[in-house]
Design a protein around this ligand. Sequence first.
Ligand code: ATP
Ligand code: MG
Length: 396
Amino acid sequence: MMFKAFLVKYSEIGIKGKNRYIFENALRDQIKRTLDLVEGEFKVSKEQGRIYIEALTDYDYDEVVESLSRVFGIAGIMPVVLIEDATWENLKDEVVKYVKDVHGDDEFTFKVEAKRGDKNYPLKSPEICMELGGYLLEHFPNMTVDVRNPQVRINVEIRTKAYVYSTVIPGAGGMPVGTNGKAMLLLSGGIDSPVAGYMIAKRGVKLDATYFHAPPYTSERAKDKVIDLARLVSKWAGPIDLHIVNFTDIQLYIYDKCPHDELTIIMRRYMMKIAEYLANKNNCLGLITGESIGQVASQTMQSLAATNEVCTLPVYRPLIGFDKQEIIDIAEKIDTFETSVLPYEDCCTIFVAKHPVTKPNVNIIKKSETHLEEKIDELMETALNTVETIVIKPGE
Ligand code: ATP
Ligand code: MG
């Protein structure tokens, strides 16, 4: 294994002033948790605006890079080669070897950037850059120097050992999960809600999720699909408490008592109420849905207003301005798409009316809901008392 270590560059968390250490610690902890799930042992430490990961055992390079590239808060991952014997003569040849191994015969412009942690080293940093640059030019006709705007920066840091790196693998961006509180994702088996969860988690928000299950109208397979989706999202967002609500009796009652063209809206209002209750109970500071303006009848501006009206917590709708194809592109990128399109029924599709209202009036909807007065409180209470909570973890 050529790379014995990785340097991790932060994204936005560098700009957080006095709170910076909170973000750095959160990122370090997320990295540790992620590496706990891969083979090998690693030491993760903070140093001078970066995080340093050292492999203490053998490990699978691709697996480690793949895992790290899902950690929010990372701007770039730099695989590092350690040179144990950093005497000047040896260092020059090791750097030549490094460049040959990593960049082969590619043509590119470069610049050497050197840092000397050991002030007794015989050459000063600018001398190291000059001498090494010249030495590399002698060995590689495919390389030319460009000090202003090089394609490749060959970094050499000399301490007791020397560290060499030049490749930057893009990170996931965003902020470390847990640095911005927690929110409740309404997670269905569709394409949109897993993407919505990913987007909010990317901003540092930890997720809980609620799924409304309607057996026997929705099958165990539909529920398993949601569990699978939660697991895929948790690869980015970390562990997720998934609350499964049995929604059947509420849905049947609404179906029985309310005009059928208003079913979806009324159902969505009860989903939001229950999700808000669970959110408050679990210290979530907001709700998250996968809604996008105009996508379906229940997502027109009027429908969204009617659904929103039952909540006091903020409802985050990160996909609100996205076209379906834009959402699909992200679903593919985060690897949820294939699972989302598996054809298991959703509780909304079963009770959906042929001609749902597209411009619901909140007052009319509220009037229809008065037909539910007799039993709805009791049904809500039963639904809340029978919630099944599963802890979803990325590696399982
Ligand atoms: P998705 O792809 O997320 O299922 P959709 O286009 O099918 O979205 P709707 O069914 O109208 O949209 O649902 C809008 C949002 O309501 C979903 O994105 C999700 O956040 C929430 N939602 C819908 N059905 C459920 C459910 N059974 N359990 C939990 N949340 C749901
Ligand atoms: Mg849906």
